[in-house]
Design a protein around this ligand. Sequence first.
Ligand code: UD1
Length: 357
Amino acid sequence: MRVLTVIGARPQFVKAAAVSRAMAASHLDELIVHTGQHYDESMSAAFFDELAIPPPSHHLAVGSGGHGEQTGLMMQRLEQVVLAECPDCILVYGDTNSTLAGALVAAKLHIPLAHVEAGLRSFDRTMPEEINRVVTDHVSDHLYCPSAVAEANLRAEGVTRGVHVVGDVMFDVLLRESSLLGNGNPVAQATSCADGAYVLVTIHRPGNTDERDRLEQIQDALDRLASEGLQVIWPVHPRTSRLVRPPRSSGVHMVAPASYRETLALLRGARAVVTDSGGLQKEAYWMATPCVTVRPSTEWTETIDSGWNVLVGANADQIVSTTLAARPGIGGRQAYGDGASAARIVELVGALTTERA
Ligand code: UD1
């Protein structure tokens, strides 16, 4: 059985690391297509190398662009690959434009579509990712949910066929990679930050970066945290790096995007995380690091309910006070399965027939 996997953005490389490893150990034949949505070495090749992801069979080299341009170009090029390779199933991950392109091509060509990380909802349709999630789930034949909440979200939209709760593949990757992690924390050492004395920051959502006032509020908050005696380590996404001003405090360290293992080490040593990333909210939860999420909503509601994550607006006062008050949650941290999700997904994909429902 031939599975064609479509990936293209940093968080998808992490998720594919677990499933592709399990796929390689199975009877399934996987072809990886890289859309080229992320192309900088630090955003793409570094993840393939560090996480030992098999090299892509096809690279669509789409690059950056507006949503229509980027998604349209991916569809156009992917369609040619799918027609040539005749896969039995197309596998997509998460909620990026690469996910949407893969989903629409599969649906239009009547190829069974499997979606990893199905059923997530922030209920905020101003986020491009929310549109990508809803559309992808509604054209998917097989939907692999990370949690019972995700399954309930699908049920509420009338999607019940082909739905399986399998846990979160990002937990599989985190367990494996954290067991391989040494004691070092290279980025913290390079910036002379001691464990427990810094806050890890990542900001890349258009909602936070593209309005000057909101980004200024966030940067002001980071400068103020540094003046309160905390150091700030901020690996800056390329989208954000074009929009930020230099920090006013020497305690704010803006650094290059971190690799997966560097990020885990940073998370382990951080007093708290300030982020607008989806993946980092969960990684903080699993690593027992309190998280402050600069967004009005989150699709990872279990991290909030357990007290490990707090939502704040792009408001300097709120970010500073919530970060200074951040404490470990009281709830458990088992909402997203047991770290054996990839094996379940591969078993389910292997059981797929080529017949569409
Ligand atoms: C995308 C996803 C987002 C995900 C994020 C992870 C969509 C709609 N968004 O957002 O859900 O959380 O990836 O990082 O799919 N750029 C570079 N080099 C790169 C990649 C991007 O310089 O390798 C710059 C370009 O200026 C580009 C901008 O970053 O225009 C945004 O990249 P894009 O892939 O459109 O969205 P992300 O913000 O990365």
